[in-house]
Design a protein around this ligand. Structure first.
Ligand code: LMR
Length: 347
């Protein structure tokens, strides 16, 4: 009898942990995983460089919340904002090493890896965010993001920051000649550099976290960025003039380390992908809303002199930028540039 009881106990001792283990691995997410240690959960460290209240900051938080909820806490996306874990300029290496698993760098910062991707940086390449989304969804967009895989990067999707505006401390910018001789901070991209040199301005590359300091030191006169970045990092307090030029797109490819992504089970990939796509749609909507609200605030605060480019101004700026397009074609061919007109909604 004792032997039978012993066998029954042994049976339960071995089968219960096994059943629990299989349930964890099939990821039906039936348990509350809160009580598990970090080693037992799937932890995804997501580092980014902007503020919490920007479109990227808000979307990263929402993505983390939804993933946690939908996996009952099994998948934990730990978000590090404002470059607190890795600064701009450090985060790509940290992702490659696998120290973090997710980042969302501005597309311009990927041009060192896939130079053709600088098609996104061409001035006035896109006139609405919908055009950017459609281009990214197209075959051309897929070819570009696929090339990131050669650098161990998997792009799960695209988040917007919006269109860039021009700020500086020297003079109002209305005509493109007003930029002559101004020193302007840029992100690392030869197309962004060319965009300023054709106007007789001097581009200078600085990491995002250095911009405030460099503006303060006056080592640059101005910079280009989206309104949410300009206000959340307080750049506008150091600048006297702001031109709503909408001259260039700023957005992010949201990236995983490809080896890490490939190591995930299919159902985890599915949950991350489905949740990401839902958050992406939401992010696109709040970007428009936040940029509109920020413009309203800047108009109301009267803390910086505001200028707007008219349609006529934009036509002349676009023409002035033709050499930037020629420069791109000479360096990278016309495969991607020739796709752009197909996505123009205002022609
Ligand atoms: C910049 O460097 O200006 C931007 O890339 C910052 C960001 O991530 O929006």
């Amino acid at each position: 009898m004792k032997r039978v009881v012993g066998l029954i106990i042994l049976f339960f001792l071995f089968t219960i942990p096994f059943v629990l283990l299989v349930s964890f691995q099939s990821h039906d997410y039936p348990y509350d995983y809160e009580q598990l240690s970090e080693d037992e959960r799937l932890v995804i460290r997501f580092s980014h460089v902007v503020g919490e209240d920007t479109p990227k900051g808000m979307a990263a938080r929402k993505f983390a919340e939804l993933v946690k909820e939908r996996s009952n806490g099994y998948i934990e996306v730990q978000v590090f904002s404002n470059g607190t874990l890795y600064k701009d300029g450090e985060e790509m290496n940290a992702l490659s090493r696998g120290d973090i698993q997710m980042i969302a760098p501005a597309i311009s910062k990927l041009t060192n890896y896939v130079p053709e991707i600088s098609v996104y940086d061409l001035p006035f390449a896109f006139h609405s965010l919908d055009e950017v989304h459609e281009f990214t969804d197209s075959e051309a967009g897929e070819i570009l993001t696929d090339q990131l895989k050669e650098h161990n990067l998997y792009a799960i999707g695209l988040w917007d920051s919006g269109f860039k505006q021009l700020s500086n401390r020297i003079r109002p910018i209305q005509h493109y000649d007003d930029l002559k001789n101004l020193t302007m901070r840029i992100m690392p991209s030869d197309i962004l550099a060319k965009q300023f040199t054709v106007l007789g301005a001097f581009p200078k590359e600085y990491d995002f976290n250095a911009v405030y300091y460099e503006l303060q030191k006056k080592s640059v006169d101005g910079q280009e960025n989206t309104l949410t970045n300009i206000t959340s990092k307080n750049f506008y307090s150091l600048q006297d003039y702001l031109t709503i030029s909408n001259h260039g797109y700023l957005g992010y490819f949201v990236l995983f380390n490809l080896d890490f992504w490939n190591s995930l089970d299919n159902d985890v990939k599915q949950l991350l992908t489905d949740t990401f796509l839902e958050v992406q749609q939401w992010e696109w909507e709040i970007t428009k809303k936040l940029n509109d609200e920020t413009l309203q605030k800047i108009e109301n605060c009267q803390c910086i002199e505001l200028h707007y480019l008219s349609d006529e101004d934009i036509n002349s700026w676009e023409e002035k930028f033709n050499p930037v397009y020629d420069f791109y074609i000479r360096k990278y061919g016309d495969q991607f540039i020739k796709e752009l007109p197909k996505f123009r909604s205002d022609t």
